[in-house]
Design a protein around this ligand. Sequence first.
Ligand code: PGA
Length: 273
Amino acid sequence: METRAKKTIIANWKNHPDSWAEAEQILDATNEYFSTTRQDLVDQVLPGIVICPPFVFLEEVGKVLKTSHFEHEASLGSQDIAVDDDTALTGEISGPMLSKLGVKYVIVGHSERRWPHCASLAEDGKLGESDEVVNKKIKAVLHNGMVPIVCVGERVRDDNFKEFLKNQIEKTFFGLSQDELGKCIIAYEPVWAISTSPDAHPDTPESAIESIGVIQDALISKFGIRNSNLFLYGGSVTSKNVADFIGQKEIDGVLVGGASINKEEFVKILKLI
Ligand code: PGA
């Protein structure tokens, strides 16, 4: 039997679901799938899953992940982190708080935090996290012993998109040692492909691979690392297209937003990986 490479799947629940009861249903469906799957497949082929719930469910999800089939298959992730461990920052959650809850991965620089999508936010520009802020957050994640899942991607696919990506990579990873950079998981998420963007549509595997190549070249030329990072694709991933992305050797996994909070759809995605 041909062995497929084990892939990584990040479930980014964003600000959903509205209740713990619904959150439990998603976890139950996923756990049920693992309980009916052959353990050798789980060990060798099936993805490593990181579940990133909203902060209010982190502790409870963490408890569930320590039980039953989840124990070996799934890790806890956070969707954000405070830039600083010690400064008083109203509304923020610090690195030490996250690591004490058992968080192992932290999404940093998600495009919904970098670039406002809703018209009301675009008007006052309040959520526009800069590359410099993202850079500080990566350092906060590493400093607290967790793994950053760093989102990068162009806003528009125009003639300048390669320059945009190179510049974003340089600023986002500025000042990191090769060792620190090597610990980062890099999620290529073109902003126009994220389901919350106006007229969103998924990228094609070919163009995602081209962009990942640009990112890898930038990491080599700016930081001198021929990198051993994992590269994920994110942006409108569903059960209809996941196999196309995952089937590429250049793509180590996917970051799934909207489809990860629909329990039937999420299990379908898992079955296809
Ligand atoms: P989406 O979100 O799958 O809903 O496009 C991706 C993400 O959360 O980055």
